[in-house]
Design a protein around this ligand. Structure first.
Ligand code: BGC
Length: 417
């Protein structure tokens, strides 16, 4: 037998022997809020990849866009002394649970796989507590998008998504005059907050956004720029249909698909819905960055709670490694509407919206205009976010003046700081 065939037979043996050895078992109960069409498809990829490695997946979905219901359920589980193995959690929430002593770290996996070298530093910092990885990121979602139905826009002679709010209002007025609902929106606090932060960015730019919604600077919160932000929010209130109250975000996306409305202001999980329904970007729907020339960051990640038993501990390690594997990051994000968290995954199979997201992310990092999402729990504590959401929702659903809205916002934040 020559050297080559020896090597070949060694490889053949290892392919026969290794599968049993490398097949990971382990069990994970995974708490998440991915229940819409696109979301379920994406989390299904995680489940089937985990099971393909020999693991047991117990699914614990808690419906409710934005994850507020899931976070309430999580708190109850932890208080009862029965936390899930892995939880979809993000931003400062990761630190809050780590400080409470509720999380296991997965730093051995992260070191062995050199996560530091493949994650953008801004994301790696969010995933770590006291220098150790306690979370694994699945993606990078962009919040500041406008989605549009090109056929609906064509009815009023418009071919492109507006690039500033004045232009947006002009097109929306034309749509209204033609009897078309300009804005598909779901009146739930997190959706109101999503629209609010996107508008704040477009009116004031990245520095204003950061001062007001990340650093919680009183001068920025009470500024004229914030008054203008509320003015624009009031305008948008006039562009939604009668049935907006309480509507789920994916039903608002469906309104764009079905030609019942022209625009939706939502993160790129909306693209996951379009794709799951077989719609193509540039043809059936348009994606365009919302005004602001920046990038509002939202990254989903999984944390690993303190659980008992070898099986679950092993499950945590296997899941962490799987989440960060390049192949999974590609498959998952193709379904989810986001882009990979890893910087070394090629985007060849991704569509033009994802490529634009990646380009703008790179530019925003260079220009220091990457800002974390307040509405999606990347920027401030849940308490502060809750106060901001209350004010924004009250404003949206009342006749409050912008000046009063701004006053309420600044004092609410002050109260909980
Ligand atoms: C999450 C997305 C999710 C969306 C709607 C966001 O906060 O980051 O993954 O699709 O909420 O549920």
């Amino acid at each position: 037998m020559n050297k080559f065939s020896l090597l070949m037979s060694a490889a053949a043996i290892s392919t026969i022997v290794l599968p049993t050895a490398t097949f990971a078992d382990g069990t994970v109960e995974v708490l998440h809020w991915w229940t819409s069409g696109g979301e379920a498809k994406a989390v299904g990829e995680l489940k089937s990849s985990f099971e393909a490695q020999g693991g047991t997946w117990i699914d614990s979905p808690i419906a409710g866009g934005g994850g507020d219901a899931a976070m309430t359920a999580l708190r109850a589980r932890v208080v009862a002394g029965n936390p899930p193995t892995a939880v979809q959690l993000k931003g400062p929430g990761i630190q809050e649970w780590a400080i409470e002593g509720s999380l296991n770290d997965v730093d051995d996996v992260a070191k062995a796989e050199n996560w530091d070298a493949v994650l953008p530093p801004v994301l790696a910092a969010i995933m770590k507590y006291e220098g150790k990885y306690v979370a694994a990121p699945v993606n990078i979602h962009r919040v500041d998008w406008i989605w549009a139905n090109p056929e609906v826009l064509a009815k009023v002679g418009v071919t492109e998504v507006p690039t500033n709010w004045d232009e947006f209002n002009a097109v929306a007025d034309k749509l209204l005059a033609a009897g078309i609902t300009p804005l598909a929106h779901g009146g739930q606090p997190w959706q109101d907050a999503t629209v609010f932060e996107v508008v704040a960015l477009g009116i004031g730019g990245a520095d204003f956004y950061r001062d007001a919604l990340v650093n919680l600077d009183q001068a920025a919160l009470a500024s004229d720029t914030m008054v203008k932000t509320f003015d624009q929010l009031r305008k948008l209130r006039g562009y939604v249909d009668q049935g907006f109250s309480g509507r789920d975000w994916n039903l608002a996306t469906a309104m764009i698909m079905n030609g019942q409305a022209a625009f939706q202001i939502m993160g790129d999980w909306a693209k996951g819905e379009f794709l799951a329904a077989g719609k193509a970007p540039g043809k059936d729907f348009l994606c365009a960055p919302a005004p602001g020339g920046a990038f509002v960051l939202n990254s989903d990640s999984f944390t690993f709670f303190k659980v008992e038993g070898e099986d679950q501990l092993k499950g945590q390690q296997v899941l962490a490694s799987l989440i960060m594997s390049p192949g999974f990051q590609e498959t998952f994000n193709l379904a989810k509407g986001s882009i990979p968290a890893r910087t070394d995954v090629a985007l060849d199979k991704f569509d033009s919206c994802a490529v634009k997201s990646h380009e703008d992310l790179t530019a925003a990092i260079a220009a220091n205009s990457l800002v974390p999402s307040m509405a999606h729990e990347m920027a401030v504590s849940r308490t502060v976010r809750g106060e901001i959401m209350d004010v924004v929702t009250n404003f949206f659903n009342s006749n409050m003046s912008s000046a009063d809205g701004v006053q309420a916002l600044a004092s609410a934040v002050k109260r909980v700081q």
